[in-house]
Design a protein around this ligand. Structure first.
Ligand code: NDP
Ligand code: MG
Length: 334
């Protein structure tokens, strides 16, 4: 089953001419989508709480930010671009009652809609337009005349008009320049969570950390372990990105490729597959979402403790020191 992909010629920006688009939150996605839409000729207003750098940035960019409630009242399309973990409460307290029939409630990630934290009132459709990249890239590619590919999804029973408005919105942020793939809230949410847990964030971090620990425990210098297990990952990922697994294997030495085939399956093995399937199941049946929502309600104590623990790991201490020596790296510290 291959995906349906929509491009610029499938979308009509005119449909947004008489609509007001309220962007709630002027963070990573908010600042990018708002500016791209305005440059595409759309009427954009910003809902952003005062007293933060993002508020000042919106003002600097020529917007007049207002409260989330006011922006919702004035918007026809209301896009919630707040952190996922605060969306549920804010939706119930500041957004829901300010929506009117015919409005469309939007998001760039389906977590809260799919897991029942954002439930549209009668007469309001739910629409997801999700760029497959961070906000700064959504903005910089658009300014260069390109666009980051995006996903589109609708609630069951949404009107075709909502779908057409979604494509127009995607065009306004540059998404149809890169291509817009149709998906569902369930598919977007579940694959996104699976990818970040199993590969991108969880899987890779633990792989790197355990490999580093194994070398250091065996008496190798932590600096060597850092370079081999973390630093060089970037070179490999860049090759994946440009030409997939085959291009990486073509580019590395034959010795590295032989080791790849002989050892990879011992590290990521059938036990790992069984665990991956369990993780997917817990995402699908809402166990992960429930744990994360409850953790936040309690003030995220376990989450914060774990963050502190990994921040002080030897891998991180060595890394902070070594990155300072590599002047070409724009080294970041948190
Ligand atoms: P950011 O963290 O960059 O921005 C958050 C915005 O929400 C800021 O304007 C912030 O304002 C505001 N905000 C945070 N907490 C509160 C609060 N308690 N009350 C009111 N306003 C608040 O978010 P992102 O742009 O990263 O994410 C937005 C959505 O986009 C999410 O659904 C995310 O999953 C999705 N997404 C993000 C991508 C990314 O790469 N970042 C990629 C694709 C989708 P303040 O400055 O005042 O805190
Ligand atoms: Mg993601």
């Amino acid at each position: 089953m291959t995906a349906t992909i929509y491009y610029d010629s499938d979308a009509n920006l005119e449909l947004l001419k008489d609509k007001t688009i309220a962007i709630l939150g002027y963070g990573s996605q908010g600042h990018a989508q708002a500016q791209n839409l305005r440059d595409s000729g759309c009427n954009v207003i910003i809902g952003q709480r005062p007293g933060s750098a993002n508020y000042d940035l919106a003002v600097e960019h020529g917007f007049e930010p207002m409260s989330l409630a006011d922006a919702t009242s004035q918007g026809d399309l209301v896009n919630v671009l707040l952190p996922d973990e605060v969306q549920g409460d804010i939706y119930r307290n500041q957004i829901r009652d300010n929506l009117s029939p015919g409005n469309i409630i939007m998001c760039s990630h389906g977590f809260n809609v799919h897991f029942g934290q954002v439930e549209a009132p009668e007469g309001v459709d739910t629409l997801l337009v999700a760029p497959k990249g961070p906000g700064h890239l959504v903005r910089s590619e658009f300014e260069k005349g390109g666009g980051v590919p995006a996903l589109i999804a609708l609630n069951e029973g949404a009107s075709d008009e909502t779908f057409q408005l979604g494509l127009a919105y995607a065009k306004g942020i540059g998404g149809t320049r890169g291509g817009v793939i149709q998906t569902s809230f369930a598919e977007e949410t579940e694959t996104d969570l699976f990818g970040e847990q199993v590969v991108l964030c969880g899987g890779v971090s633990e792989l790197v950390k355990m490999a580093f620990e194994t070398l250091v425990e065996a008496g190798y210098q932590p600096e060597m372990a850092y370079f081999e297990c973390l630093h060089e990952l970037k070179l490999i990922v860049d090759l994946f990105y440009e030409g997939g697994l085959s291009y990486m294997r073509y580019s590395v030495s034959n010795t590295a490729e032989f080791g790849d085939y002989s050892t990879g399956e011992r590290i990521i093995n059938e036990d790992t597959r069984t665990e991956m399937r369990k993780v997917l199941k817990e995402i699908q049946d809402g166990v992960f979402a429930r744990n994360w929502i409850l953790e936040n309600r309690a003030g995220a104590p376990a989450f914060k403790a774990r963050r502190r623990r990994d921040h002080d790991h030897e891998l991180e201490q060595v890394g902070r020191r070594l990155r300072k020596l590599m002047t070409w790296i724009d080294a970041k510290e948190v």
